[in-house]
Design a protein around this ligand. Structure first.
Ligand code: HEC
Length: 214
């Protein structure tokens, strides 16, 4: 008797804790579709043969509309996009591809819970005068490029997950042309939109200053 009461109390406390955490996550206002959610799909799901642009057999995850075909706004657990990446039925990305991080899974869940919107007025702070490798350049690579350019899968032979790898693309003169979509270069991120002017400018300034490991 006492035992079952104790169990009930424990379960009740457990539910309370999970409810408070969920509410807190769902009301996190800092998730912006174009800055936080789209890059995850472009970098980790849209390599060719997977969910790339124009993909008919599988959904195209390079656009908001394409992603929304697998989302039920406000209901992550009814959204295939979420149930395929977290929980018992999770099997994406396939084993041999770069996996999503805990933070990315959390962001996707929070974004769906908040209504899965695509507002154009997200407050994004991008400061062109700041172009340090660790603080500015590597995070851009991690967000937009590393899904296809890591040790697991080095597109074009470039692993952009470390300083050495990024510098290799710089010294081969392949980095700026690809992100500026210049002729003679493969446009990067492959299948996605171009990086923002501010991000391109940061990378250019870092290269101009001698691409230090700072
Ligand atoms: C969806 C997967 C994908 C994403 C995301 C992606 N790449 Fe690529 N990248 C590739 C593949 C595949 C190749 C090799 C085939 C080719 O050149 O098109 C490649 C090639 C390259 C090359 C060599 C191409 C050349 O013209 O010399 C560079 C440099 C490069 N990527 C940089 C980047 C950068 C920087 C980003 C992020 C801003 C990025 N890539 C994002 C898949 C991707």
């Amino acid at each position: 008797m006492l035992k079952s009461v104790t169990i009930k109390i424990i379960v009740f406390i457990g539910i309370l804790i999970s409810l408070t955490t969920c509410t807190w996550k769902a009301s996190d206002p800092s998730v912006c579709f174009s800055e936080n959610i789209l890059p995850i799909f472009v970098s980790k799901c849209s390599m060719s043969g997977c969910h790339g642009s124009g993909s008919k057999r599988r959904s195209d995850f390079t656009t908001y509309e394409g992603i929304m075909t697998k989302v039920v706004a406000k209901h992550p657990l009814r959204s295939e996009i979420y149930t395929k990446i977290e929980g018992l039925g999770a099997n994406m990305p396939p084993k041999n591809y770069t996996q999503l991080t805990e933070q990315e899974i959390y962001l996707i869940k929070a974004w769906i819970s908040m209504g899965a919107q695509n507002p154009s007025n997200c407050i994004t702070v991008c400061d062109t005068t700041s172009f340090k490798f660790a603080e500015d350049i590597q995070p851009i690579m991690n967000t937009w490029c590393v899904g296809c350019h890591s040790t697991a899968s080095a597109g074009g032979g470039y692993d952009l997950s470390s300083y050495t790898g990024v510098v290799k693309a710089v010294t081969a003169n392949r980095l700026m042309g690809t992100i500026k979509h210049s002729t003679g270069f493969s446009a990067m991120p492959q299948g996605g939109n171009q990086l923002s002017g501010c991000q391109i400018s940061k990378i250019q300034s870092w290269i101009n200053s001698g691409y230090p490991n700072n």
